[in-house]
Design a binder for this molecule. Structure first.
Ligand code: S3P
Length: 428
């Protein structure tokens, strides 16, 4: 990355990763044909798509972002011939655990080295309470799921704020007898609840709980995927640091369980205007207009942490460029993402001359001047993109190593970023 630069123009970010996974998964379990528009064609979502194909689901991809899923119904999946490889995708693996628990056949889930280090007991344990037979490998992948067991609904309080665990339980609940209820202390993304309703499943939810009755039936429905606010976040921070005039990001998903990044940036002083708010299917979307603004360090309010959980790498870059100190706590979940995002971001920022200190459950960053340097993303897509944003404010070049995994969530990042002013060169 070359230093400096200004951001001009407007962009449309690709489809939401969480919603794309769910569209293919629920489309496969539905009766009828589901058409998906705006599907995120990234490695993570393709892992879910290939897993469904490996279990006998016919899926067409007629054009960019278009997917046609020929649903086989809740009981129509077939035993895969080999282990299902979920690559780097935690969502694909944990949601599939709930789905596979309800099948008549045995299956094995594997992943890449990063996914193979991530905790799976958080999903396996509640699924076992439902009657599932699941074995993890010292709590991690490979995960073996034995089929042919009957599942019962449970009433379960999440011990970690995780939409993936909530979703795994709800998906198993589709196959279970009786009521499945999940309680959550902190609000996590609700795409599963919204989409299941669109597929005709009566899902009841209220403050801190969600509930459904099994066995359920899904009927195919068209899905339109909004732009991913987690991908937009890199440009929200970039434009706040370096926009010339107004920079626009079009068609961004504005689900209230995902917009913590906007609230946090505004608390820091960002100038973000929300325009053309509308509904795209079951999800709210809007265009975001950003002007450059000076940022101040803040104590990030605890309730916003789960609502911005994927955006912390780039929020830490915003903090490094802010006046004063930014503190986040209650964020230990960041340690078990695609990398230990507290440690890896602290190391990277320190290498660029910023005082950043990771703790067991948070981070403290003193804003300052970013120097040139070399940072290691540790194969974490969001860390790589966050440091590309940092370069807009750095004194010299920033070299970011191990960036191939950007393709897991945002394959078009480099092209889009260069097109609006980033001095970014990818060295193969
Ligand atoms: C996701 C939930 C979050 C998030 C991940 C996608 C989802 O993970 O970090 O990128 O699609 O349900 P956790 O459930 O582990 O918090």
């Amino acid at each position: 990355m070359s230093p400096g630069g200004v951001l001009v123009g407007e962009i449309t970010v690709p489809g939401d990763k969480s919603i794309s996974h769910r569209a293919v998964l629920f489309g496969a379990l539905a009766e009828g044909v589901t058409t998906v528009e705006g599907f995120l064609e990234s490695e993570d979502c393709l892992a879910t798509l290939r897993a469904m194909q490996a279990m006998g689901v016919s899926i067409e991809r007629p054009g960019s972002g278009q997917v046609i899923v020929h649903g086989v119904g809740l009981r129509g999946l077939k035993a895969p011939q080999a282990a299902l490889d979920m690559g780097n995708a935690g969502t694909a693996m944990r949601l599939s655990m709930g789905l596979l628990a309800g099948q008549s056949f045995d299956s094995t889930l594997i992943g890449d080295p990063s996914l193979s280090r991530r905790p799976m007991e958080r999903a396996a344990a509640p699924l076992r309470l439902m009657g599932a037979q699941i074995v993890t490998t010292e709590g991690k992948p490979p995960v073996r799921v034995q089929g042919g067991t009957s599942l019962q609904g449970i009433d379960y309080a999440l011990s970690v704020p995780s939409a993936q665990v909530k979703s795994a339980i709800l998906i198993a609940g589709l196959y279970a007898t009786g009521t499945t209820t999940v309680h959550e202390r902190a609000i996590t993304r609700d795409h599963t609840e919204r989409m299941l309703r669109a597929f005709g499943v009566p899902v009841i939810s209220g403050r801190g709980f969600v509930s459904l009755e099994g066995p359920a039936r899904l009927s195919a429905t068209p899905v339109q995927v909004p732009g991913d606010i987690s991908s937009a976040a890199f440009f929200l921070v970039a434009a706040t640091l370096a926009a010339q005039g107004t920079f626009k990001i079009l068609n961004v998903g504005m689900n209230p369980t995902r917009i913590g990044v906007i609230e946090i940036l505004r608390l820091m002083g960002a100038d973000i205007r929300v325009e053309r708010e509308r509904l795209l299917g079951d999800e709210p979307v809007a265009d975001l207009c950003v002007r450059a603004a000076p940022l101040n360090g803040i104590d990030i309010p605890a309730h916003l942490v789960p609502l911005a959980i994927d955006e912390f790498p780039v929020l830490f870059v915003a903090a490094a460029c802010a006046r004063g100190t930014t503190v986040v706590s209650g964020a230990s979940e960041l340690k078990v993402k695609e990398s230990d995002r507290l440690q890896v971001m602290a190391e990277g920022l320190t290498a660029l001359g910023i005082h950043a200190q990771a703790s067991a459950e948070g981070m403290r960053i003193e804003g300052g001047v970013l120097r040139s340097g070399r940072v290691d993303s540790h194969g974490d897509h969001r860390i790589a993109m966050a440091f590309a944003v940092a370069a807009l404010r750095a004194e010299g070049d920033i070299e970011i190593v191990d960036v191939a995994n950007v393709a897991t969530s945002f394959p078009s990042f480099a092209g889009l970023a260069r097109g609006v002013g980033f001095g970014l060169h990818v060295i193969p």
